[in-house]
Design a protein around this ligand. Structure first.
Ligand SMILES: Nc1ncnc2c1ncn2[C@@H]1O[C@H](COP(=O)(O)OP(=O)(O)OP(=O)(O)O)[C@@H](O)[C@H]1O
Ligand SMILES: [Mg+2]
Length: 258
């Protein structure tokens, strides 16, 4: 474990990403400290999801450096040359990073508890008894101790999203990425999901949260970055950025979402 060391959990240096001729990330520099809740906001198409996907190497970057917990994402450096890791090596590193999407993507043919048990059993080769015990604890943690036997179709959107969070936590990640986890939910279901995320933050988890929930960002976030057009426009403490934005683009965006 490296929790005693001082390096950031995520460090991006001049990260560029293009799809064909379209440059979507135009040099992202940022750091996420261990235990930090890092909120990422910005208009549609600004590159937020792409950046999250680069962090767990679902996308390759075209230039720059991206480190998670002090190690290059997707590459090994020898001298000043980079060598791409094998798929199996990437998969191993990806285990350390939990990801929760806007759409919950639960396995529809499995109950809630089976969804949470699946990766530890299939990927880590854990025994079903151990995986089940942890899954029960995690479902309890997200307020669904009594829903383990339900299939996704028998759960509300907010409950499904909380199962998705439990499923990500089952791999005991050191970093959690949330991509608009509440934006597909009916308004009355959002609070329960944010409560689970708040508790997770209080437990010390490092979290990068793409969200339009500015209340959450203000109360729970340690820092807030506003992205637009593939660059970081403004960054700072959420309270400062939200109450006293410095850039016109930030002001224009916040006037729409606040
Ligand atoms: N696989 C892909 N191929 C081509 N273009 C892509 C691909 N993925 C994303 N893009 C483009 O990259 C840009 C950034 O997309 P991205 O999904 O990262 O934005 P976002 O900030 O997450 O937006 P939203 O708030 O709508 O989720 C968009 O113009 C999008 O069309
Ligand atoms: Mg997105």
């Amino acid at each position: 474990m490296s929790s005693e060391t001082a390096h950031p959990m995520v460090k991006a240096e001049g990260v560029h990403k293009s799809f064909g001729h379209v440059e979507v990330l135009k040099g992202i520099d940022l750091e996420v400290a261990q235990g930090e809740v890092f909120c990422l906001v910005g208009p549609s198409g600004s590159g937020k999801s792409t950046f999250l996907r680069c962090i767990n190497h679902l996308e390759q970057i075209n230039a720059g450096r991206l480190y998670v917990d002090g190690e290059l994402v997707g590459y090994r450096q020898k001298g000043d040359k980079l060598y791409e890791l094998k798929d199996s090596e990437v998969a191993l590193k990806r285990r350390d990073i939990g990801m929760v999407f806007q759409r919950f993507n639960l396995f529809p043919h499995m109950t809630a508890i089976e969804n949470v048990m699946e990766a530890p059993v299939q990927v880590k080769g854990e025994s079903r008894a151990v995986a089940r015990a942890r899954a029960e604890r995690l479902l309890d943690q997200v307020g669904l101790a009594d829903k383990g036997g339900n299939y996704p179709s028998q759960l509300s959107g907010g409950q499904q999203q909380r199962v998705a969070i439990a499923r990500a936590l089952a791999m005991e990640p050191k970093l959690m990425l949330f991509d608009e986890p509440t934006s597909a939910l009916d308004p009355e279901l959002v609070g329960d999901v944010l409560d689970v995320m708040r508790e997770l933050a209080e437990s010390g988890m490092t979290m990068i949260v793409v969200t339009h929930e500015m209340g959450f960002a203000r109360e729970v976030g340690d820092s807030l970055v506003f992205m637009d057009g593939g660059v970081v426009v403004e960054a700072g403490h959420p309270r400062d950025v939200l109450t006293n934005p410095q850039h016109d683009r930030t002001k224009a965006f916040l006037s729409k979402v606040l």
